[in-house]
Structures are given as structure tokens and as C-alpha cells.
Design a protein around this ligand. Sequence first.
Ligand code: ADP
Length: 658
Amino acid sequence: MPFISWLNPPHRLLSFFLAVTLLPAASLVWMGWRLFQQDQVLAAQRLQERREYAADLIVRALHKRLAEEEKAFGDPSWTKANANADDVLLVFFGAGTWEAFPKTRLLYLPYSLPPPESTDRLFRSGEEYEFRSQDFAKAIAEFRRLLSSDNSMVRAGARLRIARNLRKAGQFEAALAEYQALAQLEAVLVDNIPAGLLGRRARCALLAERQRFDELRQEAKVLRADLYRARWLMDQAVYRLHAQDIADWIGPESASERETLSLAGGLAWLWEKGSVVSTGKEWSSQGRHSLEIEGRLVTLLWKHTPERTIVLIAGPRYAEQFWLATLQPILAAQSVLLALKSSEGQSVHGASRATVAPQTQRSVADTGLPWTLLVANADPQAEMDGFAARRRLLLAGLMMIVILVSAGSYAMSRALLRELAAARLQSDFVAAVSHEFRTPLASLRQLTENLVDGRVTTEERLQTYHQAQARATRRLHRLVEDLLDFGRMEAGALRYRLAPTDAGTLVRTTVEEFQQEVACRGCTVEAGIESAGCRFNADREALMRALWNLLDNAVKYSPAGRPVQVEMARSGDWLEIAVRDHGLGIDAREQKKVFRKFFRGSASVAAGAKGTGLGLAMVEHIVRAHGGTVRLKSILGQGSTFTICLPVLPDGPNGKSD
Ligand code: ADP
């Protein structure tokens, strides 16, 4: 119910006004917010588009670059120029032949060597002595006879067995020397193991057994260096066996050794794959692949012609220098980072930040390149900042609109409410003034009619009639004067004529006149006037009217019979004239407003008291013009005290006159 009544005019108008202004403002804010969100999405989209576009460019450029490489890498001129390039191995396989560039990087052949022609029967008699009768001296003598053989493989086999028997016989120094002699046969194969490698490894093993570690370290180091320089030809199994032994003696390989190893590993992978796929007969005419070996991204390019197979195995440094370097202008122009993943999707090469989302991927299946590409924005923050600045501007604009609309609505609604209140007050005022006039006019008419009709016959009644006529006339006069003075006040045309005045006389005269006026209504005014002889500068007429208004209100807003007190007292340089009643009192929330023109308190309106709402406005105007103030103390239901404070004139030698 209270809410519904609140919606009556003028609040209905106000609500309508607020709805009309705030709804568009709210929808504006909502649209702004949507715009803001869309802008964010757009920013992310732009970054993605940039990555996609850059990824396409990169794919195209890499295809072009690899195609050039594939076209060239079999040519003699290319081979000559790149034979010793860093981190790369080029291998040609023909019918039963092979060739590697640089040769020192092909650590082992990817396929097993054919089984050697058997020479076992030549060693049978020696081995009978060695294993059956454990007669090492006879065995050695038997094997020594074979050292004069024309076949180097037989000679190497004999040396190996002699050394073995010397070892068994406890002649270690002689065994070491024999192994040394075996090693000097270098490339001669003993069971597909080069004699150089076999002899030196056997020496190391004997030194390890004899715990001659210094010598072992020295020899194993030199052996490893030769192994990683591809000094001998061997297959993968032999290589692995020896590399493992050396690692057991002197620890793992160096980084550069592992690099070479990874290239040989690439070739082994391809060989295995090729034989698995096509049983060695037919490979696809060309191919690309990458994989992770020894923690490195190894890339393979191969092609087949009827005569030969050509394989290029590139480490990351080669890829960087000859393929990826061509992408630099694209990466810089598009402000992106690139990382590569191997075809199997493990190893990552390139900017590690490119592996963190958001990134764009191009898989091997999509591109036909040997790697999966990861493309990320180089500085997404900086690019987003550009958008952020725009968004900030948008936000600031939105805030401005909201502030302006709210402030405008607030100001307009206030003005509207004021206007509505003023309109209401004015209409109340007109009604009140009409009412005020009607009462004395009605009584005047009544009195006059009675007189004219000759109904008043006795002298005494005649006297009463004339007094009543005079009262009604005075009231009308005061009313008209009030209105005229109020009009002048509003126009700023009211002039006060101040003159030194005796306060006591002024207050007493006013109170007496008022008492006469209200005596018939049964009201009593009690006056306690001290500080006789106190003087101030006053417009007598105006000040009497102010005091009269206060007295009039005190009587008007008190139930009949309650006395009104007037007190005058001096307080320092100030004279205080207080009018106290025990009537309706004024609500604390209205105590400031009662001095506004046309304002009428709710309690008095509810009590049906007549009034124009001008009395107190005039009191305040007059008192201010005298350099004073009006104070109000009131408790609703208990009564009010209005106190006029005016500055007094200093007591002078002739300050006693009126
Ligand atoms: P009005 O013609 O209504 O009396 P005033 O300007 O004299 O106009 O007073 C303004 C309002 O102040 C009054 O309507 C009344 O509500 C309140 N008022 C003034 N004097 C008193 C009083 N002595 N006791 C209670 N209310 C008062």
C-alpha cells in the first residue's frame, strides 16, 4: 500500500522520468559491456589469425627450402660444397657399396656385415690343446705356425688366440704385446670386427682386469676418439658392444660424440624402417622424417633412384643454419616464435615459449614437412596492450556517459520535485489566503447587515458590534499588509527604518495589543519582561509584526486555555525575546523548513489550523534585517519556543529615550 500510494502524482511523474532516462542509460551500459567483451574476443582472434597466417607462410617457405635441398643434395657440386658442413651426414647407398660425407661421421653401417668366410678348421688343432688339455704352450706353438699364412684374417685370428693363451698362462705382458700386434692389423676383420678395434679393446679389458687403471684410462680414451672418428668399419651391434665397454671404463661420451652418434642413429632408423616397409626392394621415391635421438631433433631427407639411395641426416644446427634461418624475416615481420616437434611428436627444437599456449600447430600430416610446427605470438602482451588502450578509452567513455546521465537525471529530478512542491505550496497558499480573508469578511458582513437592519438597539450592544467590526477590520488590514510586505520582501524592495528603540516598551506594547486581540478567545499571555531600559536599533512596526506573528502562532497552535509566555532577557550584548507555548510542537525533521515561505507543518495541517505559511518567513526576514537571529526549540506534542536574538545598543549617557 505505501508503495502504491508513493506512485501517485507527483512521484508517478518522477518515476516515469527516471524510467525514461535510466532505461536508455542502463541499455547503453549493457551494450558498452558487450562491446567490451567482444573487443576482448576480437583481440584474441586477431592474435590467432596472426599465428595462422604466419604458420601458413612458414609452411610454404619451409616446403620451398626443403624442395630445393632435396633437389640439390645428390648433385656432385652440392656434395662437394657441403661435404664437411656442420652437424650433417650424407650417405649414398649403391648396389653393395656405400659412401658417406663426411666419412668420419658414419660411426657404423646400418646393416649387418655378411658372415665372414670360415677359417675355424685351421685353428682346430690349437684349440684342442687350449680347451681339452689346457696345454697353453702347445696351443701357442700351434697358433704361431699360422702367423706365416698368406691370409691376413688367418694371421689376425692366430694373434688373437695366441694372446688369449698367453693370458690364460699368466703371461700378461706378452699377452698385451700380442694384442698390440693384433691391433696393428687395423682393418682386417676377425669375425666382422676390425682387428685394430679388437686388439685395443682386448688390451683395455686386460688392463682393467689387472687393475692398471691409469694405462686403461689412457688407452680407452684414445680408443674412444678413434671409434667416434669412424676409424673402422663395423655394424651397429659391434659398435654398441665396444661403445658400452668404453663407457664402463671411462664414463659416458661427450656431447659432441653424442651428436655424431645421433646422426648415425638417424640412418639406422631409416634403414630399419625401409627394410620393414618394403623388404629392401622398393622405398617410396623420396621422404622426410624427424625423430629424437640422444635428446636431439634429427631430420632425415631421402630419395631413391634406380641406381642408388641418397640420405641426408641433419642435426638441429644444420636445420637451423640452412633451413630455418630463411624464416627469420617472416618470424620478425609477423612477430611470432617457432618451435619444431619431431614427427613422433616428442622433441622440441626452437623457442621454448612457442610451446606454451596459445599456439597454432601444423602437424606432419597436414603439411608434409618432417616436423610438427608450433607457432606462438612473440609478444602477445604488447599486441594485447594496443587493444587494452582502446578498451580503456571505451570504458572511460562509458563511465562518462553513466556519470553524466546519472548527474543529469539527479539534477533534473530534483528540479522537477522542487517545481512540483512549489506548485503544490502555491495552490495551498491560494486556498489558505482565501480562507483567511473569508472569515473576517464574513463576520464584517454579518455585523454590518445587523446594523443596517436596525437589529442592534442598545448602546451596549452597539459598542460590542463596533469593537467586533474594528477587530475584523484590523485583521483584514494586517493580512493585506502581510501580503504586501511579503511581496516587497520577495522583490527586495522592503526598506526598514531603524531607530534606537526601548525594547521593553516595544515588547510590552505588542503583548498588550495582542492580549486585547485574543482576550475574547480565552487565551492568556504571560509576560516576564526583565532588562528594562535596554535599547536596540529597530524598525518598530516591523519588529512588532514579527513578535505578533510569533504570538499569533503560539496561540493558533495551542489548544484553547493553554497559556503562552513571553520572556525578555539580556544576555551580554544580546537581547533575547522568547515566545513559549505548550501546544502542538514541531516535528524535528520540519524545524528547519518552517522558516521557508509557504511551508506548513504536518502537525498543524493535520490539526486543521488555518495559515498561509508566510508568518515565520517574514519573522526571519525582519530579524535578519536587524542583525539578529531566530532560534527554535520544539518537541512534538509538548510545545515550542521561538527566540528572537537582537544586538543591543551600548548604554550611553542619553540612551534612555524612546
Ligand atoms: P502559518 O500561517 O502556517 O502559521 P507560519 O510561517 O507562521 O505559517 O508557520 C509555518 C509553520 O510552522 C506552521 O504551519 C506550523 O506548522 C509551524 N509553526 C509555527 N509556529 C508554531 C508553533 N508555535 N507551534 C507549532 N507549530 C508552529
